[in-house]
Design a protein around this ligand. Structure first.
Ligand code: EPU
Length: 341
């Protein structure tokens, strides 16, 4: 399939938050060679490049005056196998949830709790996706990417990817500089349920223990469908804010006034607070304001049913962040990537 450059392309269908915006040029690349060719094309045209996955974790703040490059590299390859593990390489353009379902069919384990997370496999390591007590990072062997400026391919071992909560090198020093082409994961042949996350433990309480892989997968899908809106019908980008981590004295002081404030101690000594709880307490849950709102079933999900543009979405988010700062002295950080001009 040849590269097809599309000028003045609408991005509405390319971001789950439903923001109407355009880019100077749009192109989909099906091979690493095509990614290099698209980068070279942009360089000759003097266009900046933005690498887009499925657009499920994105706020488009303004029309993009450059090339939006969407890697659609597919394929799953079995790299190596031991008595207990299988290593797989996955093309960046594969859909994450379809891949998780496939691993279940192959009796390969470790991703059940990450079911139904929207987005592409290439985007998964960027924000180190995590849900229901499991993060992607410990499963990653390496991430392969092309440097946009040089066209050079690098395979970076997981230990050098600076993974942490909703963060990685690809959100840090390498942000905007690379296109991820493949990643390798190590999966387990034997299923070991990870069911300590409270909502999951509660859901599975009535089942015989230990649950099967399929039961955990189904439970995660059911919980997510109950609480989180489907972007196909209600435009959203998943959790809109990260869960803040605060110092113990701050937490103790807040607990004096808010005895119900949940907090989860982290290994670095900080306490992680559910941003949803803070937003919910301040009465934002279910509130709609000029086509933008907070979901009625989950206070961390900003929805954009009115298809408002980036600045309006960010202004609404800023109101929430300001209210949380005033009430709790906590700064919320927006979780999705913000694409600026
Ligand atoms: N809560 C409220 N009100 C609400 C919703 C939640 O008070 O409307 C409180 C409750 O105390 C609840 C706590 O917040 O126990 C945590 O809620 P939940 O279990 O839904 O998790 P979360 O912290 O809001 C995180 C991830 C989600 C992931 C879930 C499940 C972040 C930013 N978000 O949400 O990831 O699915 O845990 O593991 O870490 C995403 O990143 O887009 C995402 C959806």
């Amino acid at each position: 399939m040849p590269l097809h450059y599309q000028p003045n392309h609408p991005l509405l269908a390319h971001n789950s938050l439903g923001i109407p915006a355009r880019c100077h040029t749009y192109v989909e690349a099906h091979t690493p060679t095509q990614i290099r060719a698209a980068c070279a094309h942009a360089h000759t045209q003097n266009l900046p490049i933005f690498v887009l996955g499925d657009g499920t974790n994105l706020v488009i703040a303004a029309d993009y005056p450059g090339l939006v490059l969407r890697p659609r590299i597919g394929g799953i390859e079995r790299l190596a196998e031991t008595a207990n593990t299988v290593d797989l390489a996955i093309g960046a353009g594969e859909n994450w949830h379809k891949f998780v379902r496939w691993t279940l069919e192959q009796n390969l384990h470790g991703l059940e709790n990450l079911a139904l997370i929207p987005g592409s496999c290439g985007a998964a390591p960027v924000q180190n996706i995590g849900a229901y007590g499991v993060e992607l990072a410990p499963r990653v062997r390496w991430v392969e990417y092309i440097e946009i400026a040089s066209g050079q391919t690098t395979r970076r071992p997981a230990a050098d990817c600076q993974f942490s909560y909703r963060d990685s090198l690809f959100k840090g020093d390498l942000a905007g500089k690379v296109a991820i082409t493949r990643l390798a994961l190590r999966l387990q042949k034997r299923f070991q349920p990870q069911t300590h996350y409270p909502a999951l433990a509660e859901f599975l309480a009535d089942l015989p223990t230990p649950p099967s892989a399929r039961q955990v997968f189904q439970a995660v899908c059911t919980i997510r469908r109950r609480k989180l809106p489907d972007p196909a019908t209600t435009p959203n980008a998943g959790s809109f804010f990260q869960n803040p981590q605060i110092l113990r004295p701050h937490y103790d002081q807040l607990r004096q006034h808010h005895p119900d404030l949940p907090g989860f101690p982290q290994t670095d000594g900080t306490i992680k607070i559910p941003a949803a709880w803070l937003i919910d307490q301040l009465g934002w849950k279910g509130r709609q304001q000029n086509g933008i709102g907070i979901h009625a079933r989950h206070a961390l999900i900003l929805t954009n049913p009115g298809h408002r543009r980036g600045p309006q979405v960010l202004e609404f988010a800023a109101q929430i962040a300001a209210a949380v700062r005033t009430a709790y002295g906590i700064d919320l950080k927006i979780e999705p990537h913000i694409l600026t001009a």
